[in-house]
Design a protein around this ligand. Sequence first.
Ligand code: SF4
Ligand code: SF4
Ligand code: SF4
Length: 152
Amino acid sequence: MPLPPGRTRTTEAALSMTPSLADRLDDLLPQTQCGQCGFDGCRPYAEAMARGEADVDRCPPGGDAGARRLANLLGRPPLPYDRARGVHKPPQVALIVEADCIGCTKCIHACPVDAIIGGSRHMHVVVDPLCTGCELCVPACPVDCIVLAPAT
Ligand code: SF4
Ligand code: SF4
Ligand code: SF4
């Protein structure tokens, strides 16, 4: 494909490697993929902010400090995060109470980052380093055998 006037292949390559505004906003988000912002994960929220369609106060996991960083990047006045969307918590991970797990696989389907492993009718486990503590697996479990613990 021909290059635009005044562009060389070197400038095109440099431009393609420059992080977009959405990239830089996404880098400031906690990446729990919890959906409390009302978007289907951190990246869609970052893209909405970059388009000017969402404010900086929608992410409880990021808390007030996160909202301030987003506002700084966008050159907007700082805002506290919206408490109606959830509560800012210290880092946490999910644990499955093995003795109670019936192996229904519902938690696997609820986890946005594939941090749960296990087969049908077999006990399931959470892979700690992958778990973001988003809590989405907790309401999915029909026997309430998933608990959250502080991340170490
Ligand atoms: S609320 Fe924050 S951490 Fe959760 S998905 Fe939205 S941007 Fe990501
Ligand atoms: S295991 Fe549970 S808390 Fe951890 S990332 Fe998956 S859904 Fe979220
Ligand atoms: S949803 Fe609960 S019972 Fe079902 S596999 Fe996951 S932890 Fe086990």
